[in-house]
Design a protein around this ligand. Structure first.
Ligand code: AP5
Length: 225
């Protein structure tokens, strides 16, 4: 099974991707984590994209497409993957189709997580993350089970992201509206776009996503959005 989690910054894509990874044995392919890893490594590519990332702008399509193509080509992706943060532009969506065709794969679900903008800002401002595995926590809504320790990988260096500053968040929300929302009609036209209520609590959102995957349940069709 291959699926895309779509939604604005802070919608909960990463949180739900980690759960799906554990529940279904899928591979999480998170382009934001890939960009952060490149920056942390200090590579030439990382240095090229750091200012773009810190400002909250989208990294150029060719760089992102190359990153994801390398991961989709790996044997572990053959057992199914969750795309988290990709595609984010129409050219990226088209490139994904070409990659899937090349590997004889298809998309099973595109799940849009809908969240009010005020809630997004609240979520992002209270977020802290594990740089080791990309897990997200929140000071009020989602604390780690053991204070200061990542539930997923045990990492103890939980940090605030450089692009979670208010100015960068405003730029990221604008990028979502202007560059990412235009891919919704692309998937709607193919009849594989469904939406879930991302305002619900984390467990409820997970249940809605499971219902979409199971092919029924409470999830709302996004045909008219
Ligand atoms: P990326 O890392 O993908 O960031 P994003 O899309 O802005 O999404 P976030 O990681 O901020 O949010 P999320 O939806 O994963 O929410 P989370 O689960 O953490 O991208 C960062 C940057 O990398 C981009 O700006 C760009 O520069 C570059 N980039 C990446 N991909 C790219 C691409 N394809 N093309 C070009 N550039 C690209 O949850 C948020 C918070 O809310 C957490 O604190 C969490 O604990 C909490 N929370 C989650 N769910 C709930 C809930 N239901 N109720 C209450 N709180 C919740």
């Amino acid at each position: 099974m291959n699926l895309i989690l779509l939604g604005p910054p802070g919608a909960g894509k990463g949180t739900q991707a980690k759960r799906l990874q554990q529940a279904y044995g899928l591979v999480q392919l998170a382009t934001g984590d890939m960009v952060r890893a490149a920056i942390a490594s200090g590579s030439e590519l990382g240095q090229r994209v750091k200012a773009i990332y810190d400002a909250g702008q989208l990294v150029p399509d060719d760089i992102i497409i190359q990153m994801i193509a390398e991961r989709i080509a790996q044997p572990e992706s053959a057992r199914g993957f969750i795309l988290d943060g990709f595609p984010r532009t129409v050219p990226q969506a088209e490139a994904l189709d070409a990659m899937l065709a090349e590997h004889g794969q298809k998309l099973d679900h595109v799940i849009l997580m809908e969240v009010d903008e005020a809630a997004l800002v609240d979520r992002i401002s209270g977020r802290f993350t594990c740089p080791q595995c990309g897990a997200s926590y929140h000071e009020r809504y989602n604390r780690p089970k053991i204070e200061g320790r990542c539930d997923i990988c045990g990492g103890t260096e939980l940090v605030h992201r450089a692009d979670d500053r208010p100015e960068a968040v405003a730029t990221r929300l604008a990028a979502y509206r202007n560059q990412t929302a235009p891919i919704l009609p692309y998937y709607r036209a193919r009849g594989i776009l469904r939406s879930v209520d991302g305002m619900a609590d984390i467990d409820e959102v997970a249940r809605e996503i499971e219902a979409v995957i199971a092919g029924g349940g409470e999830a709302r069709s996004a045909m008219h959005r």
